[in-house]
Design a protein around this ligand. Structure first.
Ligand code: HMG
Length: 391
């Protein structure tokens, strides 16, 4: 079953940070076997923001190429999903107005529910476009995953923004109507207002993620979703990439199905390659996995893909879509790969210094020296007003 109006992702782009920390460096300094990070967690590196980068600079960099290509004539809504908010009241996407020349005739909102919020944005966009198929919705998922130094979560940090233009008659991915959801009040991962790093019960978070995945799948099927063997690929929310195989194995077990490891790898691994080097990007992570799948798979036209979104706390959603014929012409594979390769390696001492700077937010006036080589930067916070600059 598909939507009466074909709705989905017409364009998708991403941005990450100026710096990258190699997890071999982290392992050496923490006295950990690097295999734990590479094999146990499935992570090789993590993106680290420069002192003058935040979710707004990443969001602007991700959205700019989409707006340059498609213009803003039909853009009616911008939904920015994040759990790294820069203000308790003002929506972060409003800072994009001058940076991206957004029209004043757009509604702009920020959404929060841990890593899940971008999927809520996608569902809301479908509703808006169903009402008026000429409208376009820009979704930006932007986050910086930050845990305490020396904590178990430290090697799973990262940062990225993914921007998606959602339209009728999309060029890349057409979304199906059925969707399965699961929610519960769980204290597995959260970040109280006074903290810049997350509080996490790691073992509970993994257990809850797995339960939520199989429950969301059950609800998806109960609502008329496709059968498992209809899918060519599965994209999972990736706090670390080993989670994709673990979650898929768990899903199969709950369905009484047994697959060898290489069959599981064949349907999940292409969707993990970017995340392996970027780290967790919270709301952006599932959509970074979609980008990774599109950029690393052989022809997917007409193939069905399943998506599992998970946000701690917790809300989970399973949904699906079909890759559109000719989608490859609309990808930015070379730009995506260049962006990852262009990051500047950061030394371990500098990483710890930047982490501490970010963990102590500016409470008096702050001026930021230029640190990033990216296209947008935070220049100052004066009288609690943030100012950004297009470089
Ligand atoms: P930990 O205690 O460091 O790791 O924390 P571990 O001891 O459980 O080891 C991890 C894996 O590495 C294990 O494999 C080990 O066997 C393996 P598994 O049992 O999982 O298959 N291992 C090795 N493998 C090869 N060679 C070795 C070796 N040593 C060990 N030498 C934990 C892991 C994930 C708990 C930690 O990183 C953490 O707290 N992370 C943050 C929370 C998190 O990512 N939770 C995931 C689910 S919740 C979620 O996804 C939501 C989230 O994105 C937030 C949001 O929604 O906003 C986090």
């Amino acid at each position: 079953m598909i939507n009466a109006v074909s709705i989905g992702i017409h364009d998708i782009a991403f941005a990450t940070t100026h710096y990258v920390l190699d997890l071999d460096d982290l392992a050496r300094h923490r006295g950990v076997d690097p295999a734990k990070y590479h094999l146990g967690l499935g992570q090789d590196a993590m993106s680290i923001p420069a002192a003058d980068e935040d979710i707004v600079t990443m969001a602007a960099a991700a959205a700019a190429p989409i707006l340059q290509l498609h213009g803003t004539d039909n853009l009616r809504t911008v939904l920015l999903a994040t759990e790294t908010a820069v203000d308790q009241s003002k929506a972060a996407a409003l800072y994009l107005h001058p940076l991206l020349n957004l029209p004043s005739t757009t509604r702009i909102v920020e959404l929060k529910q841990a890593c899940y919020a971008a999927t809520a944005a996608l569902q809301f966009a479908i509703g808006l476009i169903t009402r008026n198929p000429a409208d376009q919705v820009l979704i930006i998922a932007a986050d910086i995953a930050r845990y305490d130094l020396d904590s178990p979560g430290e090697p799973t940090q990262g940062a990225a923004a993914v921007a998606m233009l959602v339209t009728a008659d999309p060029a890349i991915l057409q979304l199906d109507s059925p969707s399965g959801v699961y929610s519960d009040d769980i204290m597995d991962f959260w970040r109280p207002n006074h903290r810049s790093t997350a509080v996490v019960d790691g073992e509970l978070s993994v257990r809850t993620y797995l339960t939520a995945t199989s429950q969301a799948w059950a609800d998806y099927r109960n609502n008329g979703g496709r059968q498992l063997d209809e899918f060519s690929a599965f994209c999972y929310h990736l706090p670390y990439t080993a989670m994709a195989r673990k979650a898929h194995k768990h899903l199969l077990e709950t369905l009484g199905i047994e697959w060898p490891n290489d069959r599981i790898a064949a349907v999940v691994d292409a969707g993990t390659r970017y995340n392996r080097t970027i780290g967790n990007s919270y709301t952006a992570s599932l959509y970074l996995s979609l980008l990774s799948l599109l950029d690393h798979s052989s022809e997917l036209s007409g193939r069905a893909v399943a998506f599992f979104s998970y946000g701690s706390g917790c809300v989970s959603e399973c949904f699906s879509g079909t890759i559109r014929p000719g989608y490859r012409q609309h990808l930015r594979t070379a730009d995506n790969q260049h962006q990852i390769a262009a990051r500047t390696p950061i030394s371990y001492p500098r990483y710890r210094a930047v982490h501490t700077e970010h963990a102590n937010p500016c409470i008096a006036d702050c001026y930021f020296d230029q640190d990033t080589a990216g296209p947008y930067r935070l220049t100052e916070i004066v009288n609690d007003k943030r100012r950004y600059q297009k470089i």
